[in-house]
Design a protein around this ligand. Structure first.
Ligand SMILES: Cc1ncc(COP(=O)(O)O)c(C=O)c1O
Length: 378
């Protein structure tokens, strides 16, 4: 028997609108890591999220890295980072020779716990060694408790970098996550709500940061007719062709959010009655983009573990993934300092991300639902 077609977690979903911009890029001859599509993408993106400046880059990771370089993060420094995240939130800290200090999540948003952040900053202030920055992650498309976190950071004068890689199209009050702190970053990786196949954006109202990051991203070339360099640079710019894809994708972002939320609602209606199965809560301060629908499974009530469910889906050629393994549990970060940790550990043990691509059909979603229902109590 042939296997049913694989259902992926969040595959790229082109709208068709991308072509017109790609064609313009070809016609203009700008097949380069700069050009009119890049400029337009930056302007349109800045307008969409509501920020003064945006810098298109080759990845979200590059955006975090450049923000840290601008803050002069280096050997001996510390940077606070949410522990429940993808490794890309923390790795650029290590690129700079600094140390990440991980902060646990709060149970009702799954994002950085402001009380733990306050406690950790107070402790570091007493030691006279404040971190150079705090990197807060807006997990699975839900904004963290930003006002409170910002208040705490401001109290200690520590800049806040918002990792909004997963949260484009979400809201925090009426704002976009990624725009309230000192700097924000977004990702257009293939699995994100909109994609350029690979890419990222650094946003900020700080013109100096964006100008410096722009220079660093183009090998730190000084303004001179010959190649002059006073600092170490990187090759981090986004190509004009990929920016063209991004412009087309940006035009369907609101529709993508609507569809992702609809997929979530459907899972919720179809599975919400099962004992021991819960959904990632939506915090009262905003609207999540529901990039991925994430559930938790209590094996005692449900009658099967998260892993049983994942394997049952995999046997039917359906991709589901455990939620991010917290950074403080990663072998590569085994020596890192962590504040709390139990909330993220618990979520990792019982959390599962379900197929949530905006191109998911109702038949495909029905297959996922049936298999999960079948796992419940045998
Ligand atoms: C929370 C988070 N931060 C950072 C990144 C890095 O983005 P990129 O893959 O564009 O480097 C990702 C995704 O890949 C992510 O999910």
């Amino acid at each position: 028997m042939t296997k049913p077609e694989r259902i992926y977690l969040s595959p790229p979903h082109m709208s068709g609108l991308e072509w017109q911009f790609i064609q313009k890029a070809f016609e203009s001859g700008w097949v380069a890591p700069l050009g009119p599509q890049v400029d337009a993408f930056e302007r349109e993106f800045a307008d969409y999220v509501g920020v003064k400046h945006a810098l298109a880059l080759s990845s979200g990771t590059a955006a975090i890295h450049l923000a840290l370089i601008h803050l002069d993060v280096g050997r001996g420094d510390e940077v606070f980072v949410s522990t429940l995240t993808f490794a890309a939130s923390a790795n650029p800290v290590v690129y700079q020779g600094a140390k990440p200090v991980f902060i646990d999540s709060e149970p009702h948003s799954w994002n950085m716990d402001p009380d733990l952040l306050a406690e950790a900053l107070k402790h570091k202030a007493r030691q006279g060694k404040l971190p150079k920055a705090v990197i807060v992650v807006h997990l699975y498309g839900q904004a963290a408790n930003l006002d409170t976190i910002l208040d705490i950071c401001n109290r200690y004068g520590v800049p806040l970098i918002e990792d909004a890689a997963e949260a484009l199209g979400a809201t925090y009050r009426d704002c976009s996550p990624g725009t309230l702190g000192w700097a924000g970053i977004f990702s257009f990786n293939g699995n994100k709500i909109i994609t350029t196949s690979g890419g990222g954006m650094l946003v900020s109202d700080d013109a100096e940061l964006i100008a410096h990051a722009r220079k660093l991203a183009t090998q730190a070339r000084e303004p001179a007719p010959h190649y002059e360099h006073r600092e170490i640079g990187y090759n981090y710019r986004l190509s004009n062709i990929l920016a063209a894809i991004g412009r087309g994708q940006l035009r369907v972002l609101d529709e993508r959010v609507r569809r992702k939320r609809e997929i979530f609602e459907h899972y919720h209606r179809a599975l919400g009655d099962l004992p021991g199965l819960e959904f990632m809560p939506e915090a009262p301060w905003g609207r999540a983009n529901r990039w991925l629908t994430v559930i938790t499974i209590d094996p005692h009530q449900f009658g099967a573990t998260r892993e049983d469910v994942r394997l049952a889906l995999e046997a039917e050629n359906i991709e589901a993934r455990p939620i991010w393994k917290p950074m403080h549990l990663q072998p590569v970060y085994r020596d890192a300092e962590v504040w709390g940790g139990a909330v993220a550990e618990g979520l990792f043990q019982c959390g599962l991300c379900l197929p949530s691509g905006s191109s998911l059909t109702s038949e495909e979603q029905q297959r996922v639902i049936q298999i999960i229902r079948r796992c419940c109590n045998g």
